[in-house]
Design a protein around this ligand. Structure first.
Ligand SMILES: Cc1ncc(C[n+]2csc(CCOP(=O)(O)OP(=O)(O)O)c2C)c(N)n1
Ligand code: SF4
Ligand SMILES: [Mg+2]
Length: 291
């Protein structure tokens, strides 16, 4: 492989499984561009993908890829990062994967602050299983499992992340490539847990939250020059006021210390590179503990 990482190094030959027009294509393109811009080599990156249409993204990026059990991307990703802190680790999956079955992990990942980027592809629906309402489906949304309209209040992922202590919180739209690429690069560059929710329309099963609908209602924080990204309370206010119909970086705590930097005795080099050999003195210590 050439020293400079190009798009050809990041792409795979696998034929796409997604429906034509799926928002996930835009997420894939932005992620590939961001990885090339950041010059991350395939062997330096791990994608931990969830079950869902969204989770297929791992098959289309040339890096290490683990396709895990539904809802379990985050504990796996945090384990990978703790074992080898030299890697760029991304957890990726859908709104069902992250905010239904995986919600407990999401909250704890936010408060732990392990240096992992969590990218969710939020289409407000269960795409893979053919159109049931998801935790982010809007109240009143008419879908297969709620033909009269959903009567549940939606989960608000950005507010959930902010309330749970996440140190980087943003939202992108799969159609807004320039902004999305910048957000992904910023999220990966953040030292600590970064949560990027990407609005990624499902053209097959979600006839409510369409591209046209989002283009009408979404606004970008970039248009607001006075907005500051270092104020968690302001970020929460903005997420609430807009009902999360906002894109951009909402909040970043640049001073937060990552989990792995606080673990006593956790040496600077990745665990995977540490010697398994014990010195005579260390061996004696182990024996003394067992006596
Ligand atoms: C433990 C478990 N429960 C349920 C399922 C069935 N299942 C597969 S994908 C999915 C939800 C998919 O929705 P989402 O995570 O939003 O991904 P999308 O397909 O919309 O990208 C469900 C419930 C499963 N595979 N495993
Ligand atoms: S069902 Fe929806 S989410 Fe799944 S590939 Fe098709 S458009 Fe995308
Ligand atoms: Mg979904």
């Amino acid at each position: 492989m050439a020293e400079t990482i190009t798009l050809a190094d990041i792409k795979t030959d696998e034929k796409s499984w997604w429906c034509p027009g799926c928002g996930d294509f835009g997420v894939l393109a932005a992620l590939q561009k961001a990885v090339v811009d950041l010059q991350i080599a395939p062997h330096q990156m791990v994608m931990v993908a969830g079950i869902g249409c969204s989770g297929k993204i791992g098959n289309y990026i040339n890096s290490y890829n683990i396709h895990v059990v539904h809802g379990r991307t985050l504990p796996t990703a945090m384990g990978v990062k703790l074992a080898n802190r030299g890697l760029t680790v991304l957890a990726v999956g859908g709104d069902g994967d992250g905010f239904a079955i995986g919600m407990g992990h999401f909250i704890h990942a936010c408060r732990r602050n392990v240096d992992v980027t969590y990218l969710t592809m939020d289409n407000h629906i269960y795409g893979l299983t053919k159109g049931q309402n998801s935790p982010t489906s809007d109240r009143g949304a008419k879908v297969k499992t709620a033909p009269e309209g959903s009567i549940e209040a939606p989960v608000r992922p950005l507010q959930m992340a902010l309330a749970s202590g996440a140190t980087w919180v943003g939202q992108g739209f799969s159609s807004n490539q320039a902004e999305l690429v910048e957000l992904i690069k910023s999220a990966i560059g953040h030292r600590g847990f970064s949560f990027l929710n990407v609005i990624s329309p499902c053209v097959t099963y979600n006839k409510v939250n369409t591209y046209a609908w989002y283009k009408e209602v979404l606004h970008t924080l970039k248009a607001d020059a006075a907005y500051r990204t270092d104020d968690r309370q302001a970020a929460m206010g903005r997420a609430m006021e807009t009902e999360e119909l906002v894109t951009g970086l909402l909040f970043e705590d640049r001073d937060a210390v990552a989990y792995e930097d606080q673990v006593a005795g956790y040496r600077d080099e990745p665990l995977t590179e540490q010697s398994l050999d014990l010195s005579a003195a260390e061996w004696e210590d182990v024996l003394a503990e067992l006596r």
